[in-house]
Each structure stands twice: as structure tokens, then as C-alpha cells.
Design a protein around this ligand. Structure first.
Ligand SMILES: Nc1ncnc2c1ncn2[C@@H]1O[C@H](COP(=O)(O)OP(=O)(O)OP(=O)(O)O)[C@@H](O)[C@H]1O
Ligand SMILES: O=C(O)C1=C[C@@H](O)[C@@H](O)[C@H](O)C1
Ligand SMILES: [Mg+2]
Length: 172
């Protein structure tokens, strides 16, 4: 058992929105690793960051991604920072992985200043987002089998582009 498509990218790239669309187009279930972590921890991600710290969150995330890759056979969305783990990058080898890219201006616009995104709540979300993009871009590209720049596309167009380039078939 293995996901048909793994979706990843920075916050606001549209992983949840496009992931759900892809799943419905393919007729398969959608699973979001961020939601799995919240369920396992029994508290929101922002609380995990403030109460347990980012390293504890990353350890939970690594485990949750491995579990999702092993158990789920639909569309699996990863958290924005999941690729920071070398183990996760290794685990992604052989999978169809869609990197949803988004530029700084559009990414900041989409994410707003929600406290649900603990890494983007600092004094300057624009420079934080830019630093995060710069640091992670090579990691997203290392694992991606298809990359879509989403800035000027609606979620439907992003999903169709991924399907077109990945030659993935729905459930027969
Ligand atoms: N291609 C798009 N065009 C315009 N708006 C979009 C697009 N994709 C997503 N959005 C909007 O951007 C916001 C963030 O989308 P979404 O929650 O799917 O991103 P995400 O990558 O899952 O973020 P996170 O990393 O925080 O989970 C939502 O309001 C969504 O409707
Ligand atoms: O970009 C990140 O590092 C994160 C993105 C979210 O999906 C969550 O996984 C968490 O808020 C961390
Ligand atoms: Mg999401």
C-alpha cells in the first residue's frame, strides 16, 4: 500500500486544498499529516510548538509521515517543513511527489497572519516566509517528481496540471 500522490510545499501553497481536489478527482481518500499529528498529540500544532518545542514537533512529524506513507493509498499531504528531515526525504524516494510552489507575496497573502501557523507569526511574516522558501527550495526539489508554480493558477488548474504530468490513473 502506498499513496498515489504525495503533496508538499510551503505554507499556503495549497497542499490541503489541492490535495482534497486531487483525491476527489481520483476517487481516493485524502489524508493530511498535520491533522494526523494533531489527532495523535491531542492538541493543535501551535500548542505543540509552544509547549514541547519545534524539535519535538519534527520528531512527531517524521513518524507521522512514515506512517502515512506506509498506510495510506490515496493522496497524502505533508506539512510545510516535513522535508527538513533527511529520513523523510529518503522515505519519499520512489513515490509520486508533487511540489506546490508559491512565491513570497502570494504565500504571505494566502497564509495571512494566522496563529495556526506558528512559524509565520513573527514580526515580519514576509521576510520569515522568504527565508523559509530559500532554505527549503532545494529540499522540495530534491524529492519532487513534479513541480507546479501555483501563484497564477486556481486549485483546479493546479490539480489538473499535476495529473497531466504524473500520468496517474483513478481507481478503476
Ligand atoms: N491555487 C490557489 N489559488 C488561490 N488561492 C489558493 C490556492 N491554493 C490555495 N489557496 C488558498 O490559500 C489558503 C491556504 O491554502 P491551504 O490551506 O490549502 O494551504 P496549505 O499548503 O495546506 O497550507 P498549510 O501549510 O498551512 O497547511 C486557503 O485559503 C486556500 O483557499
Ligand atoms: O512550514 C512549516 O514548518 C510548518 C507547516 C505546517 O504545515 C505545520 O506542519 C507546522 O505549522 C510547521
Ligand atoms: Mg494544509
Amino acid at each position: 500500500m502506498s499513496p498515489k500522490i504525495v503533496v508538499l510545499g510551503p505554507p499556503g501553497a495549497g497542499k490541503t486544498t489541492v490535495g482534497e481536489l486531487l483525491a476527489s478527482k481520483l476517487g481516493v481518500p485524502f489524508r493530511d499529516v498535520d491533522s494526523d499529528i494533531v489527532e495523535t498529540a491531542g492538541k493543535p500544532i501551535s500548542d505543540i510548538f509552544t509547549q514541547d518545542g519545534e524539535p519535538a514537533f519534527r520528531a512527531m512529524e517524521e513518524e507521522a509521515v512514515a506512517k502515512g506513507l506506509a498506510e495510506h493509498d490515496g493522496v497524502l499531504a505533508l506539512g510545510g517543513g516535513a522535508v527538513l528531515s533527511a529520513t523523510t526525504r529518503d522515505n519519499l524516494k520512489g513515490h509520486t511527489v508533487a511540489f506546490l510552489n508559491v512565491g513570497m507575496a502570494e504565500g504571505v497573502r494566502r497564509t495571512g497572519m494566522s496563529s495556526a501557523r506558528p512559524l509565520l507569526t513573527g514580526v515580519n511574516p514576509r521576510s520569515t516566509f522568504k527565508a523559509l522558501l530559500d532554505a527549503r527550495m532545494p529540499l522540495y526539489r530534491e524529492v519532487a517528481t513534479v513541480e507546479v508554480l501555483t501563484d497564477a493558477l486556481d486549485p483546479e488548474q493546479v490539480a489538473d496540471t499535476i495529473l497531466e504530468f504524473s500520468a496517474i490513473k483513478g481507481v478503476e
